[in-house]
Design a binder for this molecule. Structure first.
Ligand code: UD1
Ligand code: UDP
Length: 381
């Protein structure tokens, strides 16, 4: 029997971290030829992940330009995908999450009448402008996809409410599969400064920020809040790997650079980032992925956004939404820095996002779809 040609399409750092373990799992099954097409919506940040996970793409659209617009990303991906599909002839295309690459990848598959598997399906805020453009991207992909790999039962229920009833699987999130390969107690950082941070003597707070809906005033508030937290708490050190987006870098340079106890560094390779997270005191972020990773590592997270599509860890008590107003971010962070009881209440390892076997379940579901294996069971934590 001919091998099934399953093509994973991704382009940004978080998609790559969550899809590389799947590309590898697909490659280990004898019934499957695992193909990888990157759009390179991110260039350096994508290449770094590919290197960490030793994944070599079969096709690279190389679309990134500085300060790219949403229309440019989408149209370049769509055009570029035609040649990738013609050359690689996939039987199914897998996309991940909610980026512009995700939407364009799914739409392109539809234009070629190729079935689509959506990894990390069913996340919703029900606010079309927040996160922007991610909420609309993932809703549009839900209309196109044939298989839906939901990280949690809650995600599956979101899809059921939208009358999407076929091809739903609860698999856990592949980010937990990734974390299990990167985090080690004896990890030695290649970025030497990270080996010598005062993890025991002080409170090392890991920070990231990049969301488009936070551009402008919210990002200014966030930067000023970070500055205030560092200035008012001598026992903290903020470590902030700054996203390569020029918009983010400008805000950092304008409002945060030069503040004592704030370490502004370049984006870290995924394994360094995961191990830094494992050793830090807490996380301040507007990222999606960090809201999943940090709870699995028992680290409290304050989310610098107005809402989240990941309510599971909020319900479990490890994540809180602190909004985008300076005073509120500072107040909620200071509580965790200064009140050991408040900290202890959040710092317990809960893992609502999976058991590290999401990739196996997704691959089993794909084989089932093509009549090559039994129906896999849902993951129920
Ligand atoms: C994108 C995704 C967002 C995801 C985020 C993860 C969209 C619309 N947005 O947002 O959902 O949460 O990635 O980080 O799909 N840049 C570089 N080198 C890189 C990466 C980015 O220079 O390796 C710069 C470029 O100037 C680029 C800009 O950052 O134009 C913005 O990148 P883009 O992918 O458009 O948006 P993100 O904010 O990264
Ligand atoms: N990450 C990384 N290096 C960094 C910052 C983040 O490897 O310097 C990882 C992080 O651990 C998580 C993912 O990138 O796995 C999150 O990506 P990002 O915040 O860019 O996007 P989002 O998850 O918000 O879409």
């Amino acid at each position: 029997m001919e091998k099934l040609r399953i093509m994973s399409v991704f382009g940004t750092r978080p998609e790559a971290i969550k899809m590389c373990p799947l590309v590898k799992e697909l490659g280990q099954r004898q019934e499957i030829k695992s193909l990888c097409c990157v759009t390179a919506q991110h260039r350096q940040m994508l290449d770094s992940v590919l290197e960490v996970f030793h994944v070599r793409p079969d096709w690279d659209l190389d679309i990134m330009t500085p300060r790219q617009t949403l229309s440019a990303i989408t149209s370049k991906c769509l055009t570029g995908m035609d040649a990738a599909i013609d050359a690689l002839k996939p039987d199914m295309i897998l996309v991940h999450g909610d980026t512009s690459t995700t939407f364009a990848g799914a739409l392109s598959a539809f234009y070629h009448q190729i079935p689509v598997g959506h990894v990390e399906a069913g996340l919703r805020t029900y606010d079309k402008y927040s996160p922007f453009p991610e909420e609309m991207n993932r809703k549009l992909v839900s209309s196109i996809a044939d298989l839906f790999f939901c990280p949690t039962v809650n995600n599956k229920n979101n899809l059921l409410k939208e009358n999407i009833t076929k091809g739903l699987f609860v698999t856990g999130n592949t980010v937990i599969d990734a974390l299990k390969t990167t985090v080690r107690q004896d990890y030695h950082f290649a970025t030497d400064g990270l080996n010598h941070l005062p993890y025991r003597e002080k409170k090392v707070i890991l920070v990231t920020c990049h969301r488009r809906e936070n551009y402008g005033q919210p990002m200014k508030n966030i930067m000023l809040a970070l500055r205030q937290i560092a200035q008012e708490n001598e026992d903290v050190e903020l470590v902030y790997p700054v996203h390569l987006s020029p918009v983010v870098r400008e805000a950092v340079d304008q409002y945060l650079r030069g503040t004592p106890r704030v370490h502004l560094i370049d984006p870290l390779p995924a394994d360094e980032m995961h191990n830094l997270m494992d050793r830090c005191y807490m996380v301040l972020t507007d990222s999606g992925g960090l809201q999943e990773e940090a709870p699995a590592l028992g680290k409290p997270v304050l989310v610098m956004r107005r809402e989240t599509e990941r309510p599971e860890a909020v319900e479990a008590g490890t994540v809180k939404i602190c909004g985008v107003a300076q005073e509120e971010i500072v107040a909620m962070a200071q509580e965790l820095i200064r009140d050991p009881t408040a900290y202890a209440a959040m710092a317990h390892a809960v893992n609502p996002y999976g058991d590290g076997h999401a990739c196996r379940r997704i691959t089993d579901a794909i084989l089932w779809y093509f009549g090559r294996g039994p129906l896999p069971e849902d993951y129920l934590p």
